[in-house]
Design a protein around this ligand. Structure first.
Ligand code: NAI
Length: 364
């Protein structure tokens, strides 16, 4: 067993989640590579020091370049707003260090393309942090689809609906400025990543974006509150996607329903330990969706708990992600979703923005 120094850039919502995951992953998954919380960077020396103390890092800095250049740091996690992803990733790859970057990977299509080029030129492990698809339930849904459990797929409905900005009096933040931080740029990527993982590539789409609350205390809103999309997948299936940050009442409405010729699958992140499966077999009178409670029989559940139905939570998805990143580094082989996979999501985002602007279907 060897250890690896973790360099964390950003200590906010996701910086904390990744720090907690890196502190716990060795014990949960008995990983070959054991992370050591080496250095954390934030916008000021004071906030970085506060995060260092709270999360248990050795050192703190207000200059993220120090983290990248430090010889004791062996892997970088980018947990800053999207406008910084590219610069930090390029510097990390130039220094020969593997990178896990928060979604959506950069602030534009050009950023995402440059990040893929830098990652691939360096030959370093690279991963985009799409955590929701890593729940045992969603991993099992992927497995069922691969095995053809519901036959030929005809329809996908996906949504990522939350209400954290449903109150028009919620103040303006970095999330209310710039296309990369709006619903299509910041929230929809999770559902688009799920759609690509569950269904395969999107062939064409038409989209609408809407800003409902144009002004908030502290500033004007320059990006979208909600988005809807009609898509055609390369496998021939139709799909509908909806994302919102003003969906009053929805707290973590990352949900999908998939219909096939022999059955259907349904999932809702607000009930993340359940997967609903319908098999179109047996007596008509006994047919119906079955609620499958996740347990040790499902991917990545057993290391957390031997009891079926006891459940895993949000932080556990990040621990699973940390395990995959560390395994990729230990083996020197990439783990899905790589930066190139992340670029596929950004291409869909870009096409959706273009579709909404021109009010036309876009081919991908
Ligand atoms: P946040 O605002 O809570 O934290 C951002 C952090 O970045 C702060 O600690 C700040 O100090 C740091 N930062 C900003 N500029 C910096 C600089 N120049 N140098 C060093 N540190 C700097 O933001 P949050 O919510 O953690 O979002 C960060 C990223 O995570 C975004 O890309 C966002 O899209 C993604 N995200 C992912 C989620 C998921 O479930 N996978 C959920 C929430 C956000």
């Amino acid at each position: 067993m060897t250890d690896i120094g973790i360099g964390m850039i950003g200590g906010g919502y996701m910086g904390k989640a990744h720090s907690v995951a890196m502190a716990a992953v060795g014990a949960v998954f008995d990983t070959r590579l054991r992370p050591r919380l080496e250095m954390i960077a934030a916008t000021s020396a004071e906030s970085a020091e506060r995060y260092r103390k709270a999360f248990g890092y050795q050192r703190a800095t207000a200059d993220w370049r120090e983290v990248i250049d430090d010889p004791r740091v062996g892997a970088i996690i980018i947990a800053t707003p999207q406008k910084l992803h590219r610069e930090i990733a390029e510097a990390a790859f130039a220094a020969g260090k593997p990178v896990m970057c928060e979604k959506p990977m950069g602030a534009s299509l050009a950023d995402a393309e440059a990040m893929v080029a830098a990652a691939e030129a360096s030959g370093q492990v690279n991963m985009v942090a799409y955590n929701y698809i890593r729940t045992p339930a969603s991993q099992y849904a992927r497995q069922l689809l691969r095995e053809g459990a519901i036959g030929e797929i005809t329809w996908f409905r996906g949504e990522n609906a939350e209400d954290f900005l449903s109150d028009p009096e919620s103040p303006a933040t970095w999330r209310t400025e710039g296309m990369a931080n709006g619903t299509i740029g910041d929230l929809a990527p999770h559902m688009l990543n799920a759609a690509l993982a569950l269904m395969g590539p999107i062939k064409s789409l038409v989209a609408e974006l809407e800003t409902v609350h144009h002004e908030r205390p502290g500033g004007k809103v320059t990006n979208d509150d909600q988005v809807q999309m009609m898509v055609r997948f390369a496998n021939g299936a139709m799909g509908q996607l909806h994302s919102s940050r003003i969906a009053t009442g929805r707290k973590m409405g990352y949900a999908y329903e998939i219909h096939g010729t022999k059955g259907a699958i349904r999932f809702d992140q607000e009930d993340q330990n359940s997967l609903w499966l319908y098999r179109a077999t047996g007596p008509e009178a006994e047919r119906g969706y079955t609620k499958i409670l996740t347990g040790p029989a499902h991917p990545d559940y057993r290391p957390f708990c031997l009891g079926p139905g006891h459940g895993t939570g949000y932080q556990d998805q990040i621990i699973i992600e940390a395990k995959d990143f560390l395994e990729a580094i230990a083996e020197g082989t990439p783990r899905w979703p790589t930066f190139r996979d992340g670029l596929d999501v950004v291409r869909v985002i870009h096409a959706a923005i273009e579709s909404a602007r021109s009010r036309t279907w876009q081919d991908l």
